[in-house]
Structures are given as C-alpha cells and as structure tokens.
Ligand binder design. Sequence first.
Ligand SMILES: C[S@@+](CC[C@H](N)C(=O)[O-])C[C@H]1O[C@@H](n2cnc3c(N)ncnc32)[C@H](O)[C@@H]1O
Length: 346
Amino acid sequence: MMDSSGNTAGGPIHHIPVMLSEVLEALAPRGGCVYVDGTFGGGSYTKKILEYADCNVISLDRDIHAINNAKYLETFYTPRLKLINSRFSQLESVLENINIEKVSGIVVDIGVSSMQLDDNARGFSFQLDGPLDMRMGNDGPSAYDVVNNLEEDELANIIKILGEEKLARMVARSIVRERSVCPIKTTFELREIIAQAIGWSYRKVDKKTIHPATRTFQAIRIFLNSELHELKQLLHISGKVLETGGRLVVVSFHSLEDRIVKEFLNYHTGKNRAVSRYLPIGDLDEKNSFKYVMSKLIKTGNDEVSKNPRSRSARMRVAERTGEIFRENLDIYSKSYDYKDLLERL
Ligand SMILES: C[S@@+](CC[C@H](N)C(=O)[O-])C[C@H]1O[C@@H](n2cnc3c(N)ncnc32)[C@H](O)[C@@H]1O
C-alpha cells in the first residue's frame, strides 16, 4: 500500500523529477482535457499534471515495475488516471484501444529512472554489482547478449556513437579479449574490463567528473532499449494524435536525442524543410504542422542543478501542433543511429 509520499511495498520511489515546473508551464494542463505522460517512472510529472487541472492523464511506462509500484495512484485519482505498461512508440494503438483519438498534450522524460539505476538486479549501474541486464522492459536481448555476442567493430561503433566514448575501440577490444576467456556476466566484471582498458581515473566532461565506465554503460543501454528509435516513433505519433493547440514536451539528456527532437521540430516548423542538406525534402507546399512555444531550447537552471546534479544535462523542447495537416516523413534525420538490424540479430 502507499503513503502520501508514494512509498510502496516495492520500496521507496525516490526519483527526483527534472524540470518539473518548466514541464508544467510548457504543458499548461487544462480541465477536461487528456494528456499523455509517456515515461511515468516515479510518477512526479503525472501527479503534478493531475493536481494542476481537473484533467485526465494516460501514463505509460515500458517497465512493468514502474507501473505496478504505482497502481494505487490509479485508485487514488479514479477515473482520471490510466496507467499502462507499454512503450511510447505504441502510443497510437494504446489510444486506439481506449477509444481516444486526440490528446491535448504529450510529455516524455527520456532515459532511465533512479529506481532502475538503484536496483542492482536490473544491471543498469556500474556502481552496483548485478547481472548484465539493462532491459527497461522484460523481454528481448539483455546487456549480456550485447557484450558477449556483437562483433568487435559493432561494439566499438555503438560505444563510440551512443556513448560518445573516444576510446571506444580500446574498450571493444578488451571486451572481446576477455569474453574469449570467459563470458562477461556482471556489471562489475564489465566495469573492471573497461577501467583496465582505458584507465581507472575519473574524467572531467562538461564540468562534471565521470567514471570511465559511464559512457560504455550508457551506450549499451541506449542501444539495447532502442531508445533513439523509440523517440523518433513518438515524435511522429505526436504529429498524428495531438489536437490543434496540443503541446509536445520532450525532456532529454543525451545530445543525440536532443538532435532528433530538434531535427523533427525544425522540419515541421518549417525552419529547415526547404533547405535541408540531407533530404529528398521534396514537398515545398507542405505547411508547418508545429510551431515552437517558449524558447527553442530550455536548459536546467542553476538552482536545480545544485540540488540535483543529474539534471545538468537535461534539455527541454516544446512545440505546439498547428491546424495544418501533418505529413509523416521518417527520413528527416541527418543520421540514423538506430542499429535496428544489429539488435534484431541478437
Ligand atoms: C527518467 S524516468 C521518468 C521519470 C518521471 N518523469 C518522473 O517524474 O518520475 C524514465 C522512465 O521512462 C521509462 N521509459 C523509457 N523509455 C520508454 C519508452 N520507450 N516507453 C515507455 N517508457 C519508457 C523508463 O522505464 C523510466 O521509468
């Protein structure tokens, strides 16, 4: 059962939400409207939206634990909250199943929650010893499969691109060497191999100090959970299911994610539709189906960063659906880092 702070039988829910007041201002919830929180996590966004206006919220999380931990909230807010265990790339069919055609706002806060990081059995963190898992959902290949089965080149590429790790080649080479002796089974084994390969010393990146394993762990997690592909799907769905005036709010922590959101919005707000270097952009008659609201890129304030250092790299982008037709175009991104084929091979 719950108490008012949201502690449950499954353990405390202690995710500190990032940019909570900015998200609320951006979404501007109104009574009688329907909103989607695509990344429920510890539920802070959802609760705030429900408290702010007499509206309805459909909250998704691909992690069944996040949903099960918060079932009590559904009762608490009956009938205004629906909690659904699903990936946000499935939002269109989720809405169809509950007979909702349009929504007034969508928010996603991409990435991993503190509850996931702090549970050693989930294998997300190099700071806790556990099995190499890292799956947000509970199906599909795990980090163990990635680390023990991908070719050296493939591993190096993923670690370099998704982890932005300059020493990716050395890390990949060490992984392949070590696994030929014995499969790599735990987070600490992998951490040790990375640190042996590139040195144990912490590095300074963007004013913060990071452990040598940070970037490799991040890369494996993003790859394994198809996080960039998920985001693109969500953006395209938002064009279809947001009503006129409905808002899209995306909080992300990784420069590749932010770039995807920026490219999507720049295209659909008309900024780079006609002049893109990359595309068979084509349709110059297309009208802007989104417009920017607030400034184009919103960063965390100093106050929040001092209280919650994790929020330092957060970026928020907000846009509003116009009344123009949305034309789906999946080729608007300068680069594709989905690695879907590699994932399917595992
Ligand atoms: C950073 S936390 C969200 C925290 C939340 N805003 C809060 O206030 O507590 C991210 C959550 O999104 C979930 N998630 C990540 N990718 C997802 C996806 N593609 N579909 C649905 N949930 C996803 C994760 O399982 C995790 O619980």
